[in-house]
Design a protein around this ligand. Structure first.
Ligand code: CTP
Length: 400
């Protein structure tokens, strides 16, 4: 699967750097084109000569080489199908999380448009430090894929989590997460995604909304774009903005009614539509023109049902269009999701339960079950939303 792929390996200063000789050798054996960029600390653990010999390419360590030739971080970033940073030290992880670019490796990371996979390695207490955990969390939340460090004996003699994943496992991770479905598999496909909450105004200063952050929908948009699809993203108001490189049309909406109009307008001609938005089911019957004063001891608000966007798309769905919905449930999860799948005429429904720790609103992880209209069911482990997006896309491509 890695044959012909351009893999940019970034090596930073950790004792685990010695494993990169094996890693490069395995990648080259699989037919990948490998270029290596190293920080100066990395060169104290393994020599550029070893890696240039194994990768059959010059190893890049500085912005300019000794002959004065410029090593363009922009070109390197554009060359790569994937940038793999392994081992990623605590220091480099911090720089990546904050966008610091004081060496060729970190500048290339900021320039890269391809997926980035980060494989941390450091000593036990460094790995468990809240600062490191927060930085890894930040990198994950903006779409990087993290291969967690493994447990075992560390160079210090301490025993615990901090070892870089083994080269064979890193390669298995790349194959599983990045090169399936193949990168251009969705070229020319038109995809519509909704994400985030809706806000239903009560008066000029107040509204009703929910806790959706849009992360799941953004991860889907990002992965669809990466696979060559043309993506339209309709999003409700979110604090976080999607981090997306490449072709994407973003339509901002506020209320459920606005999302209904935009989504039904954009639906025609789309090959795949995924409703990941958390649409309000009820909206105030009347929006007060002026701010409501706190005159009474109680305040009653009359709410009316919003139109179900997904059900409407299910009615309009033409031959060949794939429609995917979400179901967030708290009890009798599967039974409720099955009803929605049938009632809304969906091809696939993504079920998540609020009973699962780490799943649902606001988290960077999710635990899903996929149910399809042919009776198929797949359950997945708790994963990052980027990985969940890949699982959903994989199931969709199986339906195409
Ligand atoms: N949905 C929609 N329009 C609405 C409400 C929900 O398109 N007005 C979509 C959501 O985007 C999601 C799916 O329907 O993909 C399921 O939403 P959910 O609120 O869980 O289901 P409901 O059908 O609203 O049922 P209930 O609230 O009773 O569970």
């Amino acid at each position: 699967m890695l044959a012909g792929k351009n893999i940019l390996l970034g090596i930073t200063g950790s004792i685990a750097a010695y494993k990169c000789a094996f890693l490069v050798r395995l990648l080259v054996k699989q037919g990948a084109n490998v270029k290596v960029v190293m920080t100066s600390a990395a060169q104290q653990f393994i020599t550029p000569l070893t890696l240039s010999t194994l990768s059959k390419n010059p190893v890049l360590t500085q912005y300019a080489d000794e002959e004065g030739n410029w090593n363009s971080h922009v070109e390197l970033g554009l060359w790569a199908d994937v940038m793999l940073i392994a081992p990623a030290s605590a220091n480099t992880i911090t720089k990546l999380a904050y966008g610091l670019c004081d060496n060729l490796l970190t500048a290339t990371y900021l320039s890269a448009r391809c997926p980035v996979v980060i494989s941390p390695a450091m000593d036990l207490d460094m790995y468990q430090h809240p600062s490191t955990l927060a930085n890894i969390q930040k990198l994950r939340s903006i779409g990087n894929l993290i291969i967690p460090a493994t447990n075992g004996e560390l160079a210090s003699g301490l025993i615990g989590q901090g070892r870089m994943a083994e080269p064979e496992d890193i390669i298995a991770f790349l194959e599983e997460h990045l090169f399936y479905p193949t990168q251009d598999q969705l070229k020319g496909k038109k995809v519509l995604i909704t994400a985030g909450p809706t806000v239903e105004p009560i008066d000029p200063v107040r509204y009703i909304s929910n806790h959706s952050t849009g992360k799941m929908g953004f991860a889907l948009a990002q992965q669809f774009v990466r696979m060559g699809a043309e993506v339209t993203l309709i999003k409700g108001p979110t604090l976080q903005q999607p981090h997306i490189n490449g072709a994407i049309k973003v339509i901002e909406v506020g209320s459920a009614a606005e999302m209904f109009d935009a989504t039904t307008r954009e639906f025609t001609g789309k090959d795949i539509t995924v409703m990941a938005a958390a649409v309000a089911d009820y909206t105030p019957a009347d929006v007060a023109e002026k701010k409501i004063k706190k005159d009474g001891q109680t305040l009653e608000l009359a709410l009316v049902k919003t139109r179900d966007i997904l059900a409407e798309l299910g009615r309009q769905k033409a031959e060949g269009q794939i429609l995917v919905g979400f179901a967030l449930e708290t009890n009798d999860e599967e039974a409720h999701a099955q009803v929605k799948l049938r009632k809304k005429n969906l091809d696939l429904i993504v079920l998540n339960s609020l009973r699962d720790a780490g799943a649902g609103f606001g988290h960077d992880t999710n635990r899903i079950t996929l149910l399809d209209n042919k009776g198929g069911k797949k359950q997945f482990e708790l994963k990052s939303k980027t990985e969940v997006a890949l699982d959903i896309i994989k199931a969709i491509t199986e339906q195409l």
